[in-house]
Structures are given as C-alpha cells and as structure tokens.
Design a protein around this ligand. Sequence first.
Ligand code: SIN
Length: 328
Amino acid sequence: MNRKFIVPLLLILGLSLSVSAQAKEILIKFSHVVSADTPKGKGAELFKKLVSERLKGKVKVEVFPNSQLYNDKAVLKALALGDVQMAAPSLSKFGKYTKKYGVFDLPFLFKDTKSLACFTGGDTGSKLLTAIEDKGFTGLAYWLNGMKQLSANKPLKTPADAKGLKFRIMSSDVLAAQFEAVDANPQKMSFSEVYNGLQTGVIDGQENTWSNIYTKKFFEVQHTISESNHGVLEYLVVTNTKFWKGLPADIRTELEKILKEVTLKVTAWALEKADADKAKITKAGKAAVISLSEAQLDKWRQAMAPVWTKFEGEIGKDSIAAAVACNK
Ligand code: SIN
C-alpha cells in the first residue's frame, strides 16, 4: 500500500480503537442521601476509589451524595429505570417492594450492632438479600450505620413524654406503628427535608443515628436527644438485576470482591463514628444528651412491644425469632 495512505489509515484505526475502548467503559452512578462524611458516604467513596484502581478503563464509578441526584423515594425508581446503577437506601425504605425488611424496623428487636451483624450474616439475613429480586433489584450487601436515638424539642424520658408530638419517620409502616404505640404522630418525610422540618416546627422530633444527627446538624435544631438505642439503621447496597447480570463475569466478580472489602470498612467507620459524633454533639452543648435508665427503657420497650405482634404476619415469625436468637 502507498505510504501516503498508511499513516492516515493507522491514525483512523487508532482513533476508532480508542473510541471503542472508551465506549466499553461501564459507568456506575451511585446515588445516596447522606453526607460524604458518614459510614455510607465514605463507603461509596472507597468503592469508587478501589474500582478506579482495579478496574481502570473498564468501570468508572460516580458518587452523588446528599440527595444531589435523587431523594429517598426517587432513587429506587431511578434504579429500576437504569438512570443510576447503585444505591444504598435504608432498609426502612423498601416497603413498596417487600414487607420482609420490616424486621429491621421493629423497635428494640436488636440489642446492639453485634446482634444486627449476627442476623445479617446468618441464614435469614442472607436469604433476605434476595427478597426484592422479583422486583428487578439485587441486594449486594448490608452496610451498617448504627443504633437510632430519639430527638425532640422537649426531653423524652418515658413514652408519656412523646404523646402528641410529631415525629419524622422514613417511609415505613412499622416505624409509623412504633410512634403510634406511644400516642405520637408519625410523619413520613424525605431525609433531605428533616432539618427544615425541625427548624420550622413542622415536626417536633425524629429518630436517627449519631452520625446522621451530627452531619445533618439536627442537634442544632433540637433541644434534647435521648440515648434510646431503640432501633437500627441498616442499608441495603442495591443494584438493578438486569444491569448486574449483564456485566462481564470477571468484572462482576471483581466488583463483588471490592464490595466485600468496603463493607468491612463501613462497619468499622460506623462504630467509630457513632462514638465520635455523639461526643461532638455532647461537646457542642446545643442539644442535651439524655441517658435513659433501665427502668425508663423498659417502659419504652413495653409500650412498643405490640408492634412486633402487629407485623409478625407480614415480616415472618421465623425472621423475628432469628433476630431474637442473635441477642443471646
Ligand atoms: C440514610 O441514612 O440514608 C437516611 C436515613 C433517614 O432517612 O433517616
């Protein structure tokens, strides 16, 4: 071939090869609602970093924190439509897709985060990962945030103190029943609206973990936080099944490996941050942190106990029993 043609031909070939290499890069948009400096926020960033180190040019992860892209409700719809590829909503936000995750919302079911880890790592927890497969979602991992505390614009020591107050809850009927059990008014609301709701008095209180109360500044617009540890905040790292199954097997395996590594780190961060953020809130002195006595906690337990019976049919008695067994 004439040399005059060879150089341009090679250039065109090189260009089209690089275009096709670029076209092959898989984009994973990971959307979440919390601050980047939370266990989940840090987990998503670490996932992005490890993917860029180990799957360079093959997979790229983009992280969208703070409800930048989607709020709680919208993200699962976006995942179903393929507008994002990964998310990690609280298990309390899947009620539209399965009632089974209600187990994570039962008040005082998990004694502590160790019991929770025993449950998610056991047979029942593993089976629950697949509870939303028929809806087109694949559960990839559980990520820990921690134990929830109760905050309000007045001290909450016994259930009687909650009477008549409006509490923001995630979109869970179990959480609604939990507050109704103490004669309070639950209000389902997106996480991104909580600060304003508290500030303007649309709601009187809320329940959340130390890291969410700290990073979203709820402690600045609440008078008290009762250390109730009455519930858990656990996430499901979730993807669109069609997208996940469509990935080349070697890439999927590597992503699963990375996720396992990240999950361990998220647990460590969650435990560290619960203590550190509680200490920062206490030091700030804006909301008084109230410790509850065993007798006071017992009153909350008793008042909320009927919620277990109310939901045991849809959650499954076996699942509740497996969680109870993890408390030993
Ligand atoms: C989250 O931690 O993802 C948000 C939890 C909430 O909505 O309270």
